[in-house]
Design a protein around this ligand. Structure first.
Ligand code: RB5
Length: 154
């Protein structure tokens, strides 16, 4: 079964979303677009789009997610409210690589107003190609899971 990637943005990220979706399809992933539609004229609220995608990561319907807003920050804050979500705000090669290798991030958050679009695609490529290192990092993720269990209903 192909790896499933969800992608969502607000109005600030819709053009970059389109570009990243095409790029990820070329890498033979299954891409599910959660909106906002690229031809939409509306200004929309990033928490609405982060929440529908993050819920599907949390529920195991998606393997990975890409969330895009102006800075990537609002999407990241929202997505990390969901149990099992490890969303990372990424802005360069180092943060792209480390968020996968050490944190096993399952959502990458990008700032469409902060990054050159070609560069953003390169970062997604690196992020998707970087495996989780496991070992000592696994125990740290387990600690995050324990915190979630104490604080979250699910
Ligand atoms: C929208 O203007 C902007 O606030 C949003 O895209 C994002 O940057 C929020 O974190």
């Amino acid at each position: 079964m192909a790896t499933k990637i969800g992608i969502a943005s607000d109005h600030a990220g819709k053009e970059l979303k389109q570009l990243i979706a095409e790029f990820v399809k070329m890498k033979n992933f299954d891409v599910i677009d959660y909106g906002v539609a690229v031809d939409s004229e509306k200004s929309v609220d990033y928490p609405d789009y982060a929440a529908i995608l993050a819920a599907d990561i949390s529920g195991g319907k998606l393997d990975f997610g890409v969330l895009i807003c102006g800075t990537g920050i609002g999407m990241c804050i929202t997505a990390n409210k969901f149990p099992g979500v490890r969303a990372a705000s990424v802005w360069d090669e180092f943060t792209a690589k480390m968020s996968r290798a050490h944190n096993d991030a399952n959502i990458i958050c990008l700032g469409a107003r902060a990054l050159n679009h070609h560069r953003a695609a390169e970062l997604v490529n690196l992020w998707l190609d970087t495996p989780f290192e496991g070992n000592r990092h696994k125990a740290r993720l387990e600690k995050i899971r324990e915190i979630e269990k104490k604080l979250c209903v699910r």
